[in-house]
Design a protein around this ligand. Structure first.
Ligand SMILES: [Zn+2]
Length: 451
């Protein structure tokens, strides 16, 4: 067979495979993976020179079109994702109109006109009509993943409509009926946080750690416990997103042992940064907040022992922050271009996290959770050729040139993506994203759907 593209002399690593050899791509699919030193016949052959091939990162958690125009974000941020070795990104996206159907069509069309990588959508429950519409949304759009937001006061600067327990219960009951249904919850008890915040405001503190201390870990743990209880009563799959509390991972493990389907996601910033780091300030406000070293290392234990299921970037580009007061600043940072490098450096190199385990956390498991594994997230023959060539020993400094706030600038990291392939096409190489390929990305069609 003549392949379209072959990468030879590569260590090929996914959740199940770890061999040295070649990977062959034909018609946008992985067509061969072999422990051969012979060169497979191909239109283009890339010599990996011993470097590593892993499945493209599947980032299940980002927010685009929040401050900047959606079309523009789908162009610039998805290009930033390609640079970071991400080949699929899912947006948690909200709509305040009564129906999600026109919204889906609009965001899908505009996304496909601009994105360089494949993408998918999770919908936020922002009013009661959305809960009633869940069966129709699933049927018409294929989206079976819904998010509810605790942790935002009614007057929050982002305009998120917070959930209540009734919304969660009703949403879980509906989503439990769907074959791929998942309910994601932002877990933070705002009513407790409000009291603690009032006390902190009286002290006059405006630093980053004051914000973290105003939303203590117990707020997150309380809501995780309540959501696990509701999941147990409804049979819904629960996804605890952007978890900052190590104990959250242990609680979920205990619940799974009792047959409750709950999984824990965490984000690179909670694994790399704390609110007490001297070189960051108010701009590092994130919701939920950065914690301390104890929580950070507890999360790393969860990354290693399997109690944490997946990674999400929570990448959100806001307009440049004013850095005036931590209490009025918008929460959120960007990390698409560095997430993989951060995990290779701080996880694989510094903490001995096995590379196969990292691949599971940032490719296989998120794809599995949202119903797209193994077509995304594996190196299986016959699946989409979404792969990334990684130089595990390349050392480079984080330089931020795009939108949003980066809290890693100047950090020297070892281990970087150097070439990204999406459905067989090279979209990033020689430090350049191929801009002529903007608009090639597709909104994912789920198994069993033909639209
Ligand atoms: Zn988020």
């Amino acid at each position: 067979m003549k392949y379209d593209l072959v990468i030879k002399n590569a260590q090929l690593v996914d959740e199940n495979v770890n061999i040295f050899g070649s990977i062959g791509i034909k018609d946008s699919k992985i067509a061969a993976i072999a422990d051969t030193k012979n060169t497979l016949d191909a239109s283009r052959v890339i010599d990996a020179e011993g470097r590593t091939i892993i499945p493209g990162v599947f980032d299940p958690h980002c927010h685009l079109g929040v401050n900047y125009d959606y079309d523009e974000d789908m162009r610039t941020e998805m290009a930033a994702a390609a640079r970071g070795g991400i080949t699929t990104a899912f947006l948690y996206i909200r709509n305040k109109e009564p129906s999600y159907i026109p919204f889906y069509k609009d965001r899908r069309t505009r996304g496909e006109a601009n994105s360089i990588i494949d993408f998918g959508l999770h919908f936020g429950i922002q009013r009661e009509e959305h809960i009633h519409e869940i069966p129709t949304i699933a049927k018409e759009t294929g989206v079976q993943s819904f998010k509810l937001y605790f942790g935002y006061e009614p007057d929050n600067p982002i305009g998120i409509i917070p959930a209540n327990d009734g919304w969660v219960y009703a949403t879980m009951r509906e989503v439990a009926k769907l074959p791929r249904g998942v309910v994601s919850v932002h877990c933070e008890n705002t009513s407790i946080a409000r009291w603690v915040k009032e006390e902190l405001l009286e002290t006059g503190r405006t630093d980053l750690a004051a914000y973290s201390e105003s939303r203590p870990v117990l707020c997150e743990i309380e809501t995780i416990k309540r959501m696990i209880f509701l999941a147990s009563k409804t049979g819904a799959r629960l996804q605890v997103v952007h978890t900052t509390a190590g104990q959250g991972a242990d609680l979920a493990a205990a619940a799974r042992a009792e047959g409750i389907d709950v999984q824990i996601e965490t984000c690179p910033h909670y694994l790399v940064r704390t609110a007490y780091d001297k070189d960051i300030g108010v701009e590092a406000k994130i919701s939920p907040p950065l914690r301390d070293n104890e929580q950070k290392e507890w999360l790393w234990r969860g990354m290693k022992n399997g109690r944490i299921f997946s990674l999400g970037s929570d990448h959100v580009p806001f307009f440049p922050k004013k850095s005036e007061s931590v209490w009025t600043e918008k929460p959120g940072v960007v990390s698409f271009p560095w997430e993989l490098a951060l995990m290779l450096n701080h996880g694989v190199h510094e903490r001995g996290l096995p590379l196969q385990r990292l691949v599971q956390l940032n490719s296989a498991n998120p794809a599995r959770r949202f119903g797209i594994y193994p077509n995304k997230g594996s190196l299986n023959v016959g699946t989409d050729a979404d792969i990334v060539l990684v130089d595990l020993d390349l050392e480079k400094e984080v330089v931020h040139e795009g939108k949003g706030t980066c809290i890693y600038s100047g950090m020297k990291l070892r281990g970087w993506p150097v070439l990204t392939i999406s459905r067989g096409e090279v979209i990033f190489e020689n430090n350049q994203v191929n801009e002529s390929l903007y608009g090639r990305g597709r909104c994912l069609i789920f198994p069993g759907m033909d639209k």
